[in-house]
Design a protein around this ligand. Structure first.
Ligand code: G3I
Length: 392
């Protein structure tokens, strides 16, 4: 029953796409409200049945997709149950901290002259020994810059620092890495620039060409790596997300028009379990526009926060799983989408515990596995999305 229901829901999605081209705004409006009605009513009753015993890695691979997770070195190196779950469920590993300039306890950039690859190397070796693809996050970002950065980097030497960082870090993993988030979150509409660029030290010191420079340096340092522009707030049918999608599209068009070696858009997909604003047709249309630029698409940091959902874990899990399934049903219909990464694998280690805690202080439940590495409804929702995805 459930699968038929999902297929019916997917048919409605496809019909939705048909109405975009074939029928008028009235039909579109009716279809959208139907979509939202489906999302709102059925998530309390959907049973998320799955068939077979495949892991997320296996179900993704069966459709030519990759499933992975972002994990931290301190957790992966100390929790054997987590390490076993990562090895079992994931086809790709992304260091949540260890390839940023400075995050967590062991900074990649402890000072202006040195690099500390120990934690990231340990994770690269873990990936290699478990046949996982390895992914780098992130080379150029306004956040997680080391304390010394503001004293040492300036307009005169910023290009030297950027060049040295990318050459050293990308060169260190050349040939061993699937993809890099070369530039992360460079668009910020609230900074009110006409080009919607975020006001970061990189923009201040190097101007708007810093993004193109970063991609060109990375392409030289590792010609095999997929080079990704990564950003968030691209998901929902809201004026804020619509404006962000348009700004990111403009950036990608600008980069492509200059021949910049950008190969993919990373959509972070930090979702809200209480949101009623997901519109599959509009999201699919955006993905089609990105694919139309000749770009691949990676879902790079997916999780579903539950800070505004009821306390009852079953009700929360239903809403969270519905958010995963609705979003991935739409995303995976676009064949340019080749990867789904969750930002963490187990609720035990999610960043949301600290950054988006629940008002009632009950443990958050945003990820596929619970704190004991057991599969949740979210796991089944992701599994179903892979099972129903078209073959790549
Ligand atoms: O726990 C250590 C503490 O011992 C140490 O003294 C301190 C020194 O800075 O760091 C503490 O760890 C911090 C950790 O949060 C726990 O508080 C890290 O520095 C800090 O980097 C980390 O925040 C991370 C954040 O990015 C900034 O790097 C989050 O874990 C991480 O989930 C988050 O991930 C970002 C993506 O990279 C980009 N997209 C959004 C996403 C969520 O914000």
């Amino acid at each position: 029953m459930a699968d038929n229901f999902l297929l019916n829901r997917r048919d409605v999605l496809k019909l939705g796409l048909g109405t975009l081209t074939g029928m008028g705004a009235v039909a579109f409006a009716k279809n959208v409200s139907l979509q939202q009605q489906i999302q709102s009513d059925d998530h309390l009753t959907r049973n998320f049945n799955t068939s077979g015993k495949g892991t997320l890695k296996e179900r993704a691979a069966a459709k030519g997709l990759i499933y992975g997770a972002a994990i931290r070195y301190p957790d992966l190196s100390s929790d054997s149950l987590l390490a076993a779950a990562v090895a079992k469920e994931c086809g790709m590993l992304v260091p949540e901290w260890e390839l940023k300039w400075s995050a967590g306890k062991q900074a990649l950039r402890p000072n202006k002259d040195n690099f500390d690859f120990r934690a990231a190397d340990w994770m690269a070796n873990f990936a290699n020994s478990h046949n996982l693809l390895f992914r780098g996050h992130t080379l150029v970002w306004h956040d997680s810059l080391p304390p010394w950065f503001k004293y040492e980097v300036n307009r005169q030497n910023a290009e030297l620092f950027l060049t040295k960082h990318i050459n050293k870090v990308v060169g260190h993993y050349a040939g061993r890495i699937h993809s890099w988030d070369v530039v992360n979150e460079a668009i910020a509409l609230w900074d009110k620039r006409s080009d919607n660029f975020r006001k970061t030290p990189w923009l201040e010191y190097l101007g708007t060409d810093y993004i193109e420079l970063a991609f060109r340096l990375a392409a030289i340092a590792d010609p095999k790596a997929l080079l990704v522009y990564n950003d968030y707030d691209l998901d929902y049918d809201t004026s804020k997300h619509e404006a962000k999608r348009n700004a990111v599209l403009n950036l990608l068009q600008r980069l492509k028009s200059k021949g910049t070696p950008v190969h993919a858009l990373g959509i972070q997909a930090h979702l809200s379990g209480d949101s009623k604003s997901f519109n599959a047709q509009k999201f699919r249309a955006f993905l089609g526009q990105v694919a139309g630029l000749g770009l691949k698409i990676m879902i790079t940091e997916m999780d579903v926060k539950d800070d505004k959902l009821p306390k009852d874990p079953q009700k929360r899990d239903q809403a969270i799983a519905s958010a995963y399934e609705d979003y991935l049903s739409a995303a995976l219909d676009e064949k340019a989408v080749n990867t789904v990464i969750t930002w963490g694998l187990s609720d035990k280690y999610t960043w949301l515990s600290e950054f988006k805690p629940r008002p009632d202080r009950s443990p958050v439940r945003p990820l596929p596995l619970d704190d004991k590495m057991q599969q949740k409804l979210a796991w089944r929702a992701i599994a179903r999305a892979f099972d129903h995805a078209p073959q790549r």
